[in-house]
Ligand binder design. Sequence first.
Ligand code: UDX
Length: 450
Amino acid sequence: MLSVARTISVIGTGYLGAVHAVCMAQLGHTVIAVDVDEDKIAAFAAGRTPFYEPGLDELLTETLATGRLTFTTDPAQVADAEVHFICVGTPQAPGEFRADLTYVYAAADGLGPYLREDALVVGKSTVPVATAERLRRRIAAAAGREAEQVRLIWNPEFLREGFGIEDTLTPDRFVYGVAEPGSAEAEADVALLDDVYAVPLASGIPRLVMDYPTSELVKVAANAFLATKISFINAMSEVCETAGGDVVALAKAIGHDDRIGAKFLGAGVGFGGGCLPKDIRAFMARAGELGADQALTFLREVDAINDRRRARMVDLAREACNGSFIGKQVAVLGAAFKPNSDDIRDSPALDVAEQIHAAGAQVRVHDPRALPVARAHRPGLDYRDSLEEALAGADVVLHLTEWQDYRDLDPAAVRGAVTNPVVIDGRNKLDPDRWKAAGWTYRALGRPNL
Ligand code: UDX
């Protein structure tokens, strides 16, 4: 158990905030989570998570039962907290590349009047560089103080959906951005945040203290690197398609080099989700504002390669339908942007499905978890709860989100459901030999010779 249990508020109960609040309560702290969305708060308070994240339901039930975790829509309720975590979203601004900071500023304005003089504010939202300093001034204004009187650490999160609890409780590293590294004030702030993370820190997880701008940049740099790695292998995929190479064999071979590493070399329809696409765009926009746009022009290509893979998938599907989608049935396996999530934000699978639907095919989409969200937010497609129904009469089957259910499919058993046994593996995760042995034509991105 903790030597020092702290009183904490978590502002914003989206994916990041909800996982953070539950995990902080699990560590032994007293946590109040606040959001403006009454339905969401009511769901959490009743022990229901309004989105799918493995293990979160169980941990929510467990921590609610301790009495240490409460949910509210009343900002005044956070007044006792010693540490406030800002976990609100920073979506892409409509029609622009930059991040929309409305929610971050609203959190600051809402918090100011209730901030104890000794309280520490910890920013976790992904923000453009220079936001931490602005936010500190904004909180100070709302609290009626000088900026220097507001304690603020920038502490970006790196959690992956599907692994949110693990990534919160045992992250690879903690990053603390402080106003003046080395100052007595910074040391006191760091010591307080160390109390909050005492349990994971005790296990030896590195904790890196730096200035605000660097800490803000660490997050976007990490995401830009990951996106670049995926687009790099997808660029190799394009070359393999023209040169007759096999991108899966290529990725495996270069991944053995420790300097390159095998992770994030999965070629396919590319990256989506609520982070990588919008974060690289916001990073480009911010660099432009700072006069450093040339430094990040390569990210435009990273984005473009990612989009081209979706277009290539549509082309492969059209080829499989003998050149036209009109009157054809297309089965799409997957709606979530990645497996073990019901998040459909910028989902490559749904983008491909919508493009094919717009080109005249009848598209049936299946997903083990994401259909309720997909039906609510992308209502134009035909969603099927049963895999059999999605496959029935298909002229081509597209594997677009690599859920274990699809990887475990018995190709011989589902062969009879479709009209034409053609599968296009958009994630390079099915076993070509098994599918071919069961009578299927197997096609994939970046593997022309299978
Ligand atoms: C990402 C970062 O990993 C995380 O550190 C950050 O905090 C938030 O953004 P997340 O969006 O949950 O996390 O998903 P991630 O697992 O990174 O996958 C992003 C996308 O890339 C998915 O669409 C996934 O399918 C795709 N991807 C991933 C590939 O196409 N190939 C790969 O090899 C890996």
